[in-house]
Design a protein around this ligand. Sequence first.
Ligand code: SAM
Length: 303
Amino acid sequence: MRSWCVRVPSCDGERVRQSLIEKGLLNRTCRIRTDGEYLLIPTNEPVDGSLVEEFTCNSEKKVLPRFEQVGGIAIMQEDDTQGAQEILASKSSYHTVLFAESAVEGEFRTKKFTVLAGENRTSTEYTEYGHHFTIDLQQAYFSPRLSGERQRILQMMQKGERVVDMFAGVGPFAITMAEKASIVYAGDLNPGAVILMTRNIQKNHSGNVVPILADAMHLPGIISKQADRIIMNLPLHASPFLPAAFQLCRPGGTIHLYALVKKEDELVDLIHQYPVQDIGMKYVRSYSPDQFHMVYDIITANF
Ligand code: SAM
């Protein structure tokens, strides 16, 4: 393929390449090549002193349809079998491509999926900051999007804390917190989630995580001693569980309340109905054009 290009001494090549990129003039479809002690750098259009030379093409990288990756599974928002085959072929670690037929729904916060390509399954292995999880997207909620949050809370923790994860799913918060905690009580209402969580506890040798199959409302009656830290990750419906969270938390402890809101301070008045010392607010991620995820870090009153 013929292209305009500039001929520069090899020692100047990188500087000129960068300058062409900045000006939007680098022709990326052609490969830079040597010409004796010079480099020929292809350009999109004629520039000062340019010439026309023959080049080999860069093989064009295929643009894949949009998808989210969880372990060996790629999740598409479109029912596109051809695109699914292309995604499956793009990386050897993908074993399945799913189409998410629904948004998260029901008490267990799961989605409905159909398999578009690859193996007929919704389970996979997922690794996050050295922790290994078996997940099954049809059976129990899981999202890698809160991995940063799990690390943020881990950094905030003191060694030896007692933790309660009220909506623990397959255990990503609980197993991460277990690194520093003396004990983590991890509850969930979904038996499928608790079975997977138990497997993940074994897998990560997190013997200080206690899985509990229970409605979070009942946890104050099950866990006798108050905890230093409570995780509330049920963003659409967590507010009715605040009385239970305050019961579970020691005075001066911390409750991390995840919520889906339209305004940053939407839940502040509600939280102030409880004995509170301080509320930290942090934007987590967007959800829809007018809603986003927030986390309220609530320090409970010292009495
Ligand atoms: N914390 C987990 C994570 O980050 O992957 C799971 C979060 S998911 C958004 C919420 C979880 O709460 C689901 O696993 C669901 O089964 C559980 N759940 C819903 N209502 C509950 C309740 N009343 N009591 C206990 N768990 C509940």
